[in-house]
Design a protein around this ligand. Structure first.
Ligand SMILES: [Zn+2]
Length: 471
C-alpha cells in the first residue's frame, strides 16, 4: 500500500510537470527510490539467474585441471582413460595455440573443455571487466578454430574470490557462460614440486559434499599431480562417488563476493553497453556443440552399485531428455511487487531453451500496463511503457529502447521471432530494457514461477493504455 501511494505521488508529480522537465526528473532518479539492475550490481549484489540445475542423485566428483594444455596433460589423459573417468580441462588460449593436438585429444576422449582466459595475467584481467571479457573471447576464438565450438564453461584464474565483482558475474552469466570455482583444492600449485602424497592428502576432502569440484593442474611442473591422481580417484570411488565432466546443468560452485572488493568503476552507459554485448554473445554460444561426455567406467564395472535411471545417463543426455519432455509445466509470471498481477502461460505459449525463457511480447507488456502496436509492413512492434518506448524489429533482429525520447540501448542479434502471430521475446532482456528486473525463480516439475519487479514506477496508473506516446 505504501508503495502504491508513493508511486501515485510520483505519477501525479510527473503529470504536473511540463514535458520538457521529465527527462531531468528521470535523471534525478525520481522513481520512488527503487534500485534497478545497475544499482544493485553497483551495490555488490548478485542477480539471480533463470537456470534449472540438475542435482545428481549419486554423490559426484568433478575433477578439473587448469592452466593446460601442457607437459602433464598427456599423462593425466592416460590415467583418466585407464580409470575410465571423465574430467574437465580449463585451458589457456595461449597454451591451446602451442598444443592444439592435446586439446583435440581432450575432446575426442570425452572430457569437457572450459575457458581459463588467454594468458592468466591478473594485471590484465582484473582491473576492469573489458580485460577479462577480451581474453575469454580470444580463447574461445582459438578453441573454435581448434575443436569447432565455443565452450560455455569459464574458470577465473586464481578463482573469482577477491577478483570478480557483481558486474563480472552478471555479464558472463548473461552471455551464457557458467562460472565455476572449486570446493576442494589439491594444493598442487601452492609452491613448486608439491609431492604427490601432499597433493593426494589435500584432494581428499574432509568435509564431503554431494558434489565435489576438485582443483588440480596439468601445466608445466605438475607431474606430481598426475602421479597423485590414481589415489584421489580410488579415495572417492571407495566412498561411493561417481565421476562426471562439468556442464551447464551442474549448479556451479562459486565463491561469495569478497567484502574487501568494491565494485569496480562502471558507469551506467558502460553497463548498458556490456549488457547488450553479453546478450549478443548468447546467440552464438547457443550453438555450442559439446561432445557427449563419457560415462564413468565404475558405474559398469561393479565397483559401485549402478545407480537407477536416469542418473546413469550422461548429463548431456539427461538434459536433452528433459528438453524433449512432451509437456513442459506452465509458466507463471508474477508482476510485483507484492500481490501484483499474474500472467500464466501454458507450455505452448512460452519457450524455455538454452536456459532462457521466451514469452509473447504483447501478453507480457500489456499485463505490465504498456501499450503495444504492431507495424506489419516494417515488421516492428512498439511498446510504450511510461517513459520508455521499446522497439522490437523482426527484420533487423534488434531490440532498442528510447527513454524520454533518447535512444538509450540497442541490442543487436536479439533472439526474437514471430510465432503463430505473436512476437516472441527473451523475458529477461525485455523486462530489463523496460527498467524492471527479474526478482526470483522457482522451477518445479509442475510449475515454473518467475517474480518480476516491473510495475514499481507505476506508469500503468498514469497511462491506462490509451495514450500512444509515439504519435
Ligand atoms: Zn589457473
Amino acid at each position: 500500500m505504501r508503495w502504491f501511494r508513493l508511486a501515485l505521488t510520483v505519477c501525479l508529480t510527473l503529470l504536473l510537470l511540463p514535458l520538457t522537465a521529465i527527462s531531468a526528473v528521470w535523471a534525478d532518479g525520481a522513481d520512488g527510490g527503487r534500485s534497478d539492475v545497475y544499482d544493485r550490481l553497483k551495490e555488490g549484489k548478485r542477480i539471480p539467474l533463470e537456470r534449472a540445475y540438475t542435482q545428481p542423485e549419486q554423490p559426484t566428483v568433478y575433477l578439473t585441471f587448469d592452466d593446460g594444455p601442457g607437459p602433464t596433460t598427456a599423462a593425466v589423459l592416460d590415467i583418466l582413460k585407464e580409470e575410465g573417468v571423465p574430467a574437465t580441462f580449463f585451458v589457456l588460449g595461449e597454451q591451446v595455440r602451442r598444443s592444439p593436438e592435446l586439446v583435440r585429444r581432450i575432446v575426442e576422449e570425452g572430457h569437457a573443455l572450459g575457458n581459463h582466459t588467454y594468458n592468466h595475467r591478473y594485471e590484465q584481467l582484473y582491473p576492469d571487466f573489458g580485460g577479462f571479457w577480451e581474453q575469454v573471447e580470444q580463447t574461445n576464438r582459438v578453441l573454435e578454430e581448434t575443436v569447432g565450438f565455443r565452450p560455455s564453461l569459464v574458470r577465473a584464474p586464481g578463482g573469482t574470490y577477491n577478483h570478480f565483482d557483481a558486474f563480472y558475474f552478471y555479464y558472463l552469466e548473461q552471455a551464457g557462460y557458467s562460472v565455476f570455482d572449486w570446493n576442494v583444492d589439491s594444493g598442487d600449485s601452492l609452491r613448486v614440486n608439491v609431492p604427490r602424497g601432499e597433493i593426494a592428502a589435500n584432494a581428499k576432502a574432509k568435509t564431503l559434499k554431494r558434489e565435489m569440484v576438485v582443483l588440480m593442474h596439468d601445466s608445466a611442473g605438475h607431474q606430481e599431480s598426475a602421479r597423485a591422481l590414481p589415489e584421489v580417484i580410488r579415495y572417492y570411488r571407495e566412498l561411493g562417488y561417481r565421476f562426471a565432466a562439468l556442464d551447464e546443468t551442474v549448479n556451479p560452485v562459486q565463491s561469495s563476493l569478497s567484502k574487501s572488493v568494491k565494485s569496480k568503476a562502471m558507469s551506467r552507459q558502460e553497463h548498458e553497453r556490456w549488457q547488450a554485448t553479453a546478450w549478443e554473445r548468447t546467440a552464438s554460444l547457443s550453438s555450442v556443440a559439446r561432445p557427449v561426455p563419457m560415462v564413468d567406467a565404475a558405474q559398469s564395472s561393479g565397483d559401485v552399485p549402478p545407480p537407477s535411471l536416469p542418473e546413469a545417463q550422461a548429463p548431456l543426455q539427461a538434459q536433452e531428455q528433459a528438453l524433449s519432455q512432451p509437456v513442459a509445466p506452465p509458466l507463471e509470471l508474477r508482476l510485483g511487487p507484492g500481490e501484483g498481477e499474474r500472467l500464466t502461460l501454458d507450455s505452448a505459449a512460452y519457450e524455455f531453451k538454452h536456459e532462457k525463457l521466451y514469452v509473447p511480447l504483447r501478453a507480457l507488456t500489456e499485463k505490465m500496463g504498456a501499450l503495444v502496436t504492431w507495424d506489419g509492413e516494417r515488421r516492428t512492434a512498439s511498446v510504450a511503457y511510461g517513459m520508455y518506448v521499446m522497439t522490437v524489429d523482426l527484420k533487423a533482429n534488434t531490440m532498442s529502447v528510447e527513454k524520454a525520447g533518447k535512444t538509450t540501448a540497442t541490442f543487436h542479434l536479439a533472439d526474437v521471432k514471430l510465432k503463430d502471430g505473436s512476437v516472441i521475446v527473451p523475458l529477461r532482456s525485455t523486462v530489463e530494457l523496460l527498467g524492471g528486473q527479474v526478482e526470483s525463480f522457482a522451477f518445479s516439475d509442475t510449475l515454473r514461477e518467475v517474480s518480476l519487479d516491473v510495475n514499481h514506477k507505476g506508469y500503468g496508473v498514469l497511462w491506462p493504455g490509451k495514450l500512444d506516446v509515439r504519435v
